[in-house]
Design a protein around this ligand. Structure first.
Ligand code: XUL
Length: 522
């Protein structure tokens, strides 16, 4: 029986998980970190430096180089690559890769003597890729909304959003028309990485395609009118769009040098959030997930087509069919890392002791956690504002209070912006690096007054990709994989006594946020 490989091309690195579905074991995991392992691409934390805080690009060659490096590491460390029966993967959503008309030929002829980055370099029509952290397309978003109004949200699942691929493409066309004209194909990070593995153009799945403001979720086709308005001839530059269970192609012989079998199925890659839904065991109703990653995201299965009246939440495709809701917060782990660095504490102290030293509600001390421009709510000019005692407001000393304040603000923000999905869940599963923190998990339980479950593997996007490869190519039921890989390992119950503290505090946070964010944006 085969093993299955799941990859996750995330903001800060590339991760791999190999599963054996028979005993239900994770037999191998590995990762490449862009800052540490590929410093030559000058993308610390996965982002190229730019003097404009709204512009966030990365190097697509670095993503390709990471694939070589990861597989090389796995090969050298004796990972069971020759037993892999199929591969799937997930990519940071919304990011786009621009390729010229030599890309397809070059892919078919990939030469194992050379590396991927060197071979791909001449086929890029744009050397950098805008990623999900970019907020520089407000003008393009306004144009799209002016032209199509409410229809944008009602048919693509989201109003025009700065980081979404359509507005990004529109900006590229306006700013660099010659480079746009030289572009033959525009891939998402997910379909780009899948194309490298297949040695041919891979399709975009409904899960990730829904994050572009270009896909009509009702017809499940590219929306011709919106696509045409976004940029000329764009329909001819987009890969086909397919259901998530589609086999995108077969592994190119290039990868035999790592001991992988040429020709094994490559299952369509998807976005990191749809894959994380699968890997958290939440692709069925009743569970919501908070993924604490570079971005914090909140998501849950949606059995109906429902959009967020405030416009912050999105509707994406669920790999298992139907839809999922998604709300994304940019000040996720980077905000936690910033406050941790400011006070020079370690993760153990951050995640546990800081919460033991301070009471729920933080004695009324509160802050706005916008270290970088935020997308939910939209705060283009970042800033941290404190409200509370004099010493807390000066930010000096008081490490524990400030750490609690960041986490409480993040979770109140998540609660406030996820209300539109209704009470479709009775349990929240937490995943991602920070889900290891006891204090953070208890705070989620208390602010939501909902049971919280931890699962074994915090890398739920890579796990979900491996599970999806096993389901789509190996015909193994998702329910069977859920029983084996995504059972809750710990349950955290809400402390009912904190309910009124947090109810009051959340109301105050709305006012504080409203007044302060109006000031910040002015
Ligand atoms: C979702 C989003 C992020 C990225 C990076 O809309 O922008 O979660 O997928 O993880």
């Amino acid at each position: 029986m085969s093993l299955y490989l799941g990859l996750d091309s995330s903001t800060q690195g590339l991760k791999a998980i190999i599963i054996d579905p028979v005993p239900g074991e994770i037999v191998y995991s590995e990762q490449v970190n862009y800052s540490q392992d590929l410093p030559e691409y000058n993308c610390p934390d996965g982002v190229l430096d730019n003097s404009d805080p709204l512009i966030k690009h990365a190097s697509p060659l670095m993503w390709a180089a990471a694939l070589d490096l990861l597989l090389e590491k796995m090969y050298q460390n004796g990972a069971p690559l020759s037993s892999i029966g199929a591969i799937s993967g997930s990519g940071q959503q919304h990011g786009s890769v621009y390729l010229n008309d030599k890309f397809t030929d070059m892919l078919a002829k990939l030469n194992p003597i050379e590396n991927l980055a060197t071979q791909i370099a001449p086929t890029l029509s744009r050397t950098t890729s805008p990623i999900w952290m970019d907020s520089s397309t407000s003008a393009e978003c306004e144009e799209l909304m002016e032209k199509f109004g409410k229809r944008v949200q009602l048919e693509t699942g989201s109003p025009a959003i700065e980081r979404f691929t359509g507005p990004q493409i529109s900006k590229f066309f306006k700013e660099q028309p010659e480079h746009y004209a030289a572009t033959a194909t525009i891939h998402l990070v997910s379909s780009f990485m899948a194309s490298l593995l297949c040695g041919a153009t891979a399709p975009i799945d409904y899960g990730d395609g829904a994050g572009m403001n270009l896909l009509n979720l009702k017809t499940r086709q590219w929306d011709d009118e919106i696509v045409e308005f976004t940029a000329p001839d764009l329909l001819n530059k987009l890969p086909p769009v397919v259901p998530s269970a589609t086999v995108a192609g077969q592994l190119h012989p290039y990868f035999a040098k790592y001991g992988l079998c040429s020709g094994i199925p490559i299952v369509s890659w998807s976005g990191d959030n749809p894959c994380s839904l699968t890997g958290s065991g939440a692709a069925k109703p009743g569970l919501a997930v908070i993924s604490f990653g570079t971005s914090d995201t909140f998501f849950a299965v949606m059995d109906e087509f429902k959009v967020d009246p405030q416009g912050y939440g999105h509707l994406f495709g669920n790999q298992a069919g139907g839809f999922m809701s998604l709300i994304c917060f940019k000040n996720g782990s980077l905000a936690r890392e910033k406050i941790k660095a400011d006070y020079g504490v370690d993760w153990d102290w951050f995640g546990n002791e800081a919460f033991e030293l301070t009471p729920p509600g933080n004695n009324g001390n509160m802050l706005l956690p916008y270290f970088v421009p935020e997308i939910t709510p939209l705060i283009l000019a970042p800033g941290v504002r404190r409200r509370g005692t004099e010493q807390f407001c000066s930010g000096s000393g008081r490490a524990a209070e400030n750490i609690r304040a960041v986490v409480e603000a993040q979770i109140m923000n998540i609660k406030l912006h996820s209300q539109w999905i209704g009470d479709k869940f009775n349990t929240i599963r937490v995943t991602g690096g920070a889900s290891q923190s006891r204090g953070l998990c208890q705070t989620v339980a208390d602010i939501f007054q909902t049971k919280v479950e931890k699962i074994l593997i915090p890398d739920s996007a890579a796990l979900g990709s491996a599970m999806w490869a096993a389901t789509a190519a190996g015909n193994i039921e998702l329910s069977e994989l859920n029983d084996k890989f995504t059972k809750a390992t710990e349950v955290i119950m809400p402390n009912i006594q904190t309910a009124s503290v947090y109810a009051t505090m959340t109301k105050q946070f709305v006012t504080f946020q409203f007044i302060s964010s109006a000031t910040l944006q002015a």
